[in-house]
Design a protein around this ligand. Sequence first.
Ligand code: CTP
Length: 404
Amino acid sequence: MLLGVSGGIAAYKAAILLRRLKEWGADVRVVPTPASLEMVGATTWEALSGHPAHVHVPEAADEVAHVRTGAGADLFIVAPATANTIAKLAAGIADNMLTASALVATCPLIVAPAMHTQMWEHPATVANIETLRSRGVIFAGPVSGRLTGKDSGAGRMMEPEAIALLAIENLVSRGFSGATSSELAGMRVAISAGGTREPIDPVRFIGNRSSGRMGLELAKAAMSRGAAVTFVAANVAGAADELPGATIISVETARELAAAMENLAAQADVVVMAAAVSDYRVAASETKIKRSGALSLELEENPDILADLAHHRRRSGQVVVGFAAETGDGEHTALEYGIAKAQRKGADLLVINEVGRDTGFGEVETLVTIVDSIGNEIARAQGAKSEVTAAIADAIVEKLRGAR
Ligand code: CTP
């Protein structure tokens, strides 16, 4: 993939775009224009992309870097695209590496304009945009908002996360995947994450502090192994931005989450319950509860979704995964409680997180033990969530192999 950066103040935002694309699994080369180097230097692009960032077309006749660079790309993004660069693209001018590569590239081109409103609305720019559109160029923005200095209006570059999403959707729709391995290729993985909210009345709810981070990281790990992921988000902020290429289903309550997961389980090869599900719901009031002294709420029991999914398999060979955050007490260790839960719930894999255990370095890392349905230890992992989820994904791959 090629990322062309031209000389707008928004050039620094292209670094965020680059990071998002790389997180997805894209191999990105950056082609900055000479003017953009005033904003962000070539060294930054080289460090972030891991490739040389050529600015000028080499003069030596035997070097055809722009041909190689442009022709080999599967997607070309120009962000930010200044009025000047847009004019050159429309006219077919090839006076730097970005514009020369664009003239050679046959892949789709996404352009994210960034300029002052007057420039954006000028008939010259309007005509250039029209020309590029008629050639099939895809425009990402611009949006209205704060521009450089005190101005605001149309011409602000679309946010980098949104451009990344557009780019990845374009790639996915043409059959590209960001996967770096194919261990889970062709596998359908349904993951629930976040924390359910049980309404008390129209404005209040019983919830929990789960951010959905573990589920998000596991979804990324599954996608990077080639899986098709459906992510059931119980109040997870930014799931769509973090998981381009995944199908996102938003739910609020335990019962909505149960319905979504049961539906997906009919087709899924792997079902993961990473969500913190409320065990109880409130017999909710239709109207806002008024303050009038002590109040008791009547709670009804919610279904145990994981136990249900595990005990009543929707498909043979399906791998069902659960999570348990446990603490030890005087009677049993966290692991013992986890093992008892594994036996009770019957999931093929239960990821036991020993909460708050001191790793000895003054920082609490995620420490998990993965056990099977009878409580046998399968693996242990410790470290950042992204490292831990790699171990969980490996255990899933192994289980699927065993199930076949
Ligand atoms: N879980 C579920 N449905 C529920 C509660 C929990 O599917 N109503 C799932 C969670 O997604 C997780 C696993 O079960 O994968 C363990 O969650 P946890 O809250 O530890 O289990 P509980 O059954 O609520 O056990 P405890 O009595 O320890 O709260």
